[in-house]
Design a protein around this ligand. Structure first.
Ligand code: ADP
Length: 296
């Protein structure tokens, strides 16, 4: 569960619309290796020599997708950015966010998980305003802001705000999780397969919602997914990961999402991109199996 940090989120007023050369990157990995249980019989190299740079595009932000098979280290990478243990700290290498080394969780980063991580005993509104409560924001102010965010994520402030999580569908609960994270205005949004448990139609609705909110909050999004379609639709860039050890095999630039998910995903050019990326992913996985001596 994302535990909000009581410190205020950092902000910028610079009226820039592109990555300025003197701005530190939003996220940078330099030669990062993470070994779980080092020196024990269970020692396991989860990710090895991972390096990448995601620029801080002020006034816009970017969505980067991390795509790859189970176990290739996608969650490990995301949780290293979040500063969450036991992934943090890396065994070697450096992880920086907005030019500063990650030393733990912080208000500049917010996380949304696949499993619905609301507090069961709190209403929707109390879940959404939880982080503001931790920051000491007065009740009237946080509730007004909470109701605004409930509407922004497509829930009904009148009907849904007083419900409890068990009264909501999976899609509605993920809307609550998104509102609870974005209300804190993090500069970096970390999403670990947030739509993986949703049905295909709800998933498309949630992709549209993410793109709409991302445009509004102008944050940098790191998005872990198994779905090539989702990666192509959402990603300004896609990091294709491979296993054993987990690593980044390829970085691909793509056009940003500019039309609704259903419209885009029915276009022939979209299917071509998806097929091309599927083929690349398959090649990368076959190569990993060959190097690791596995039989197809
Ligand atoms: P992905 O998100 O791509 O499925 P993960 O980052 O969750 O991959 O895990 C990468 C590898 O590290 C997997 O083989 C997983 O079993 C292992 N792993 C993850 N967390 C731990 C942990 N806390 N202790 C030991 N091994 C772990």
């Amino acid at each position: 569960m994302s535990e909000p940090n009581p410190a205020p989120a950092s902000s910028t007023t610079a009226p820039l619309t592109a990555a300025a050369p003197d701005r530190p990157p939003a996220v940078e990995f330099r030669d990062v290796t993470k070994i779980y249980g080092p020196g024990t019989p269970r020692e396991y190299v989860a990710v090895s020599h991972v390096s990448f740079t995601i620029p801080d595009v002020v006034g816009h932000g970017e969505i980067s997708s991390f795509l790859g098979p189970s176990g290739c280290g996608k969650s490990t990478v995301l949780r290293l950015v979040a500063g969450l243990e036991p992934q943090h700290p890396p065994t070697s290498g450096s992880v920086t966010v907005l030019g500063r080394p990650v030393v733990g969780p912080g208000a500049d980063r917010g996380m949304v998980f696949q499993d619905y991580t609301s507090f069961d005993h709190r209403t929707v509104l109390d879940n959404v305003v939880f982080g503001l409560e931790c920051r000491g924001v007065p009740r009237w102010e946080r509730e007004a802001e909470g109701l605004e965010w409930i509407a922004k994520v497509g829930l009904d402030p009148g009907r849904d705000a007083r419900k409890y999580p068990h009264e909501l569908s999976g899609g509605m609960r993920q809307r609550v999780a998104i509102a609870r994270t974005l209300i804190l205005r993090p500069r970096i949004i970390l999403m670990d397969e947030p739509f993986g448990a949703l049905d295909p139609a709800t998933r498309l609705d949630m992709q549209d919602l993410l793109v709409k909110l991302w445009r509004e909050v102008e944050a940098t999004v790191l998005f872990v997914t198994h779905s090539v379609e989702e990666a192509v639709y959402l990603g300004d860039r896609v990091f294709v990961m491979a296993t054993t050890p987990g690593r980044i095999a390829e970085e691909i630039r793509l056009p940003a999402a500019s039309a609704p998910a259903r419209e885009t995903q029915s276009q022939p050019w979209f299917h071509e991109q998806v097929n091309a990326l599927h083929a690349r992913v398959e090649r990368i996985e076959a190569e990993a199996r060959r190097v690791n001596g596995a039989v197809d």
